[in-house]
Design a protein around this ligand. Structure first.
Ligand code: G
Ligand code: G
Ligand code: MN
Ligand code: NA
Length: 254
């Protein structure tokens, strides 16, 4: 059985799972949201990480169905947390460029959040710079439609793509996530530090929130707090967790 067929079956047999990594507000120390990160629970080999299958999902077009599955699953988890009286934080879901460029994407999202009037407030989409640059006009109109539903938008891996500053002010987005490469450099290299500082100030001047990704040390966290970064995400606070572990560890009853 080739990997494509295995992945198709994995979807049919419900073998994909979402793990969740918390994002923490630097000023309050509170969890403000979680990022959903997909894994394949292969009964033969165990948990398979997305780097070894996302590109195959994209090449085969399976990403559309798997992407919709991830959005549905994330919303179900969010609504279950609400119903159970847990701290139902917003869930960020990664969206592949292919998914977003699909003409039916905004309509599919609208259908998904129609399940419950409060669902849209539970959802954030993480998109990349590349997917925006490919077709700026289409991206802007699609993002406007999605945001009008109450869903928020984050730019993921910021700084690794085209990084044109001109487009950033035109985009209807809420949050900018600084790629972990820059966070790794900020303690080892003075230019790295000033780069992170510049990105944070740029984001704030555009009224965007900033999340630093891949925060692994107290020193990075301390510097990011000094630079007024809004949130951090990374192994320092928590690695991505299975949903039951997240619920037991972080989503206490309110
Ligand atoms: O832990 P990590 O190995 O989870 O994730 C690796 C990469 O896979 C990241 O770039 C992340 O954005 C991507 N990824 C994780 N989950 C999803 C998903 O549900 N959809 C898409 N398109 N990408 C994902
Ligand atoms: O590309 P995206 O930002 O969506 O992917 C997040 C990726 O970063 C996932 O693979 C996740 O497992 C990984 N990750 C999360 N926190 C850390 C961290 O502190 N250090 C490193 N090296 N990777 C991290
Ligand atoms: Mn992401
Ligand atoms: Na990222």
């Amino acid at each position: 059985l080739n990997l494509e067929n295995q992945l198709r079956q994995a979807l049919d047999k419900n073998e994909f799972v979402l793990h969740y990594q918390p994002k923490v507000n630097l000023a309050s120390g509170e969890i403000t949201g979680v990022e959903a990160l997909i894994r394949w629970n292969d009964p033969l080999t165990g948990l398979v990480l997305p780097d070894s299958f996302i590109s195959i999902l994209e090449e085969t077009g399976l990403i559309y169905d798997v992407g919709l599955w991830a959005l549905h699953q994330a919303l179900q988890d969010f609504l279950r947390w609400r119903a159970a009286g847990l701290n139902a934080v917003r869930i960020a879901v990664n969206v592949s460029p292919l998914q977003m460029r699909h003409p039916g994407f905004a309509a599919a999202i609208e259908q998904i959040v129609a399940i419950d009037p409060r669902a849209a407030q539970g959802l954030e989409l993480e998109i990349t710079e590349g997917m925006v640059m490919a077709d700026m006009k289409q991206a802007i109109s699609s993002l406007h439609a999605i945001r009008a539903l109450g869903i928020s938008i984050a730019i993921d891996d910021f700084g690794t793509g085209y990084s044109s500053l001109g487009y950033l002010s035109k985009l209807p987005v809420d949050t900018l996530k600084i790629d972990r490469m820059f966070i790794a450099d900020m303690v080892t290299d003075p230019q790295g530090l000033s780069l992170v500082s510049t990105i944070i100030n740029l984001a704030h001047s555009l009224q965007l929130k900033v999340v630093a990704e891949g925060v692994e040390t107290e020193e990075q966290s301390r510097l990011l707090r000094l630079l007024k970064c809004d949130q951090i995400q990374g192994y320092l606070f928590s690695k991505p967790l299975a949903v039951e572990v997240l619920e037991e560890t972080f989503l206490r009853r309110l």
